[in-house]
Design a protein around this ligand. Structure first.
Ligand SMILES: [Zn+2]
Ligand SMILES: [Zn+2]
Ligand SMILES: [Zn+2]
Ligand SMILES: [Zn+2]
Ligand SMILES: [Zn+2]
Ligand SMILES: [Zn+2]
Ligand SMILES: [Zn+2]
Ligand SMILES: [Zn+2]
Length: 392
C-alpha cells in the first residue's frame, strides 16, 4: 500500500506508526526537483514547468492510489488561470514567490512598492513578465486573481521554511518532520505553519504549484545542480574538496559539484527573508551555534530574547551576533505582516535590522524601551517602533 493512501486516514494508529519511524541519524537529502528562480538564475524567469510535469508524472506513475491522482492539481490549469490577467503593457502577471529576493537584488531593499495602489509590502506578489510592474495581493484579489498560497488546517498561511530540519533538531532532537500530504519523514525545506506545526515538503508543495523562493543548489554560473545517486564514479566536492562516491549534486555544463553533506549545509543555512541581517548589515546564515562558539571563543546571545542555550541560530559570522531560530522566524513573520503600516503621521514603517548611529534613536517611541535587536522605523520622523508595538 502506498503511503499516500493514508491521506484521509487520520486515525491514531496510522499516525502513531508513522511517528515511531526511526529518525535517520545522518541525513541523506533526497533528490530535490530542479527549480529555476528569478533571483538565483538570470537564465530563466519561470519555474521549469516541463521538469515539474516530468516529476509529477513520475510520482503519479509510482503511485497506485487513484484518490491521490484526483486530488493532484495540474500546474497547467493554474498557469492558464493566471494568464487571463494582463498588465496594461499586455504582458502577463505571474505569481512570484521569490519577488522579495529579486527586489532586494535589484533595489537593495525589501520594501516592495505596488505600482497600482502605491502601498508597500514585503511578501510574494504578482509581477508582469514583460515590464516588471508589481501588483500587490490586495490589488490582485480585487481583480479576482488567486495567489498561489497554501494554508494549514487553521487557515494560517504556510510560510517558506528552508531551515525546518534545524528547527526540529532544536525542539525535538530529530532532524525530520512528517509532511502533511505525503506523510513521509522529510528533512528538506518546507512550507510551514510554525504555530500549528503543519508542514508540507518541497516535493508536495511543488505539485500544489508552490515555488521555492530560492534555489541554493547552483554552480558559480548560477546553473541549477542536478542530483546524482551514489555511483562508481566519485566526484570532487567544490566546497569541501573531498572526493566521495556518495550522492552528490552536479552541474551539467561545468564541473561544479556538491557532496551530500555540503548540499545539506547549504540548504539548511539559507534564510527565509533578506531582511534578517546583523546590526552592522551583514548577511545572517542558519548554523549550529556550538561550532561557531568553539571557533570564535565567544558567547552567542540572541539579540532579541537573550537566549544563550540555543543549538541553532541565525548568525553573523563576522560579528558573532545572532537571533535564536524562534526570534528569527518571528521577525520574518513580522516583516511579512507589518511592512508598510503607518506611523502616527501617516508615513510607512519599514523593518530596519540596523543600529542607528545616533544612539538616542535606538529606543521604541511607543514603550520607550531600548531596542537591542532590529525594529520597525519611520525614516521621516526618525523614530523606531519595537516589534511588540508595531502589531498593536
Ligand atoms: Zn496594490
Ligand atoms: Zn507590464
Ligand atoms: Zn510531502
Ligand atoms: Zn496554523
Ligand atoms: Zn563537500
Ligand atoms: Zn531569541
Ligand atoms: Zn555582522
Ligand atoms: Zn513618520
Amino acid at each position: 500500500m502506498g503511503t499516500c493512501c493514508n491521506n484521509n486516514n487520520k486515525s491514531e494508529e496510522s499516525r502513531f506508526s508513522i511517528s515511531l519511524e526511526r529518525p535517520r541519524s545522518s541525513i541523506n537529502l533526497q533528490s530535490l526537483p530542479i527549480v529555476n528562480t528569478v533571483s538565483s538564475s538570470d537564465s530563466s524567469l519561470f519555474v521549469h514547468i516541463d521538469e515539474i510535469m516530468a516529476y509529477e508524472n513520475q510520482s503519479l506513475k509510482n503511485d497506485s492510489c487513484t484518490k491521490h491522482q484526483e486530488d493532484t492539481p495540474f500546474i497547467t490549469a493554474n498557469s492558464l488561470d493566471q494568464a487571463e490577467f494582463k498588465c496594461p503593457c499586455a504582458g502577463f502577471f505571474i505569481w512570484q514567490t521569490d519577488i522579495v529576493f529579486w527586489y532586494y537584488e535589484k533595489y537593495g531593499n525589501w520594501n516592495i512598492h505596488c505600482n497600482f495602489c502605491n502601498s508597500y509590502f514585503s511578501k510574494s506578489a504578482w509581477k508582469c513578465s514583460t515590464c516588471d510592474k508589481i501588483l500587490c495581493r490586495n490589488c490582485g484579489n480585487a481583480k479576482g486573481m488567486h495567489p498561489l498560497i497554501e494554508y494549514c488546517t487553521n487557515q494560517h498561511e504556510l510560510i517558506w521554511t528552508p531551515n525546518i530540519s534545524a528547527y526540529y533538531s532544536e525542539e525535538y532532537k530529530k532532524s525530520t518532520y512528517i509532511c502533511e500530504i505525503c506523510k513521509r519523514n522529510k528533512n528538506e525545506p518546507s512550507w510551514s505553519c510554525r504555530d500549528c506545526e503543519y508542514n508540507i515538503c518541497i516535493h508536495c508543495g511543488i505539485i500544489k504549484c508552490l515555488v521555492p523562493p530560492l534555489n541554493p543548489l547552483i554552480c558559480d554560473e548560477k546553473n541549477p545542480l542536478v542530483f546524482n545517486r551514489r555511483s562508481n564514479t566519485s566526484s570532487l566536492c567544490s566546497k569541501c574538496h573531498e572526493t566521495s562516491g556518495r550522492n552528490s549534486y552536479n552541474c551539467t555544463s561545468c564541473n561544479y559539484s556538491l557532496c551530500n553533506s555540503c548540499s545539506e549545509l547549504t540548504i539548511r543555512s539559507i534564510i527565509p527573508h533578506p531582511g534578517l541581517r546583523c546590526k552592522r548589515n551583514h548577511n545572517l546564515i542558519v548554523t549550529k551555534v556550538d561550532d561557531i562558539k568553539a571557533k570564535s571563543g565567544k558567547w552567542l546571545i540572541c539579540m532579541k530574547c537573550d537566549n544563550i542555550n540555543m543549538k541553532y541560530g541565525y548568525l553573523c559570522l563576522i560579528c558573532c551576533e545572532c537571533y535564536c531560530l524562534k526570534c528569527g522566524d518571528d521577525i520574518v513573520k513580522m516583516i511579512l505582516n507589518y511592512t508598510g503600516v503607518k506611523c502616527g503621521k501617516g508615513h510607512c514603517l519599514f523593518w530596519n535590522p540596523l543600529y542607528e548611529s545616533n544612539d538616542s534613536e535606538n529606543i521604541c517611541s511607543v514603550c520607550w524601551k531600548k531596542t537591542y535587536s532590529g525594529c520597525f522605523r519611520c525614516e521621516n520622523c526618525r523614530i523606531n517602533v519595537c516589534e511588540d508595538d508595531v502589531s498593536r
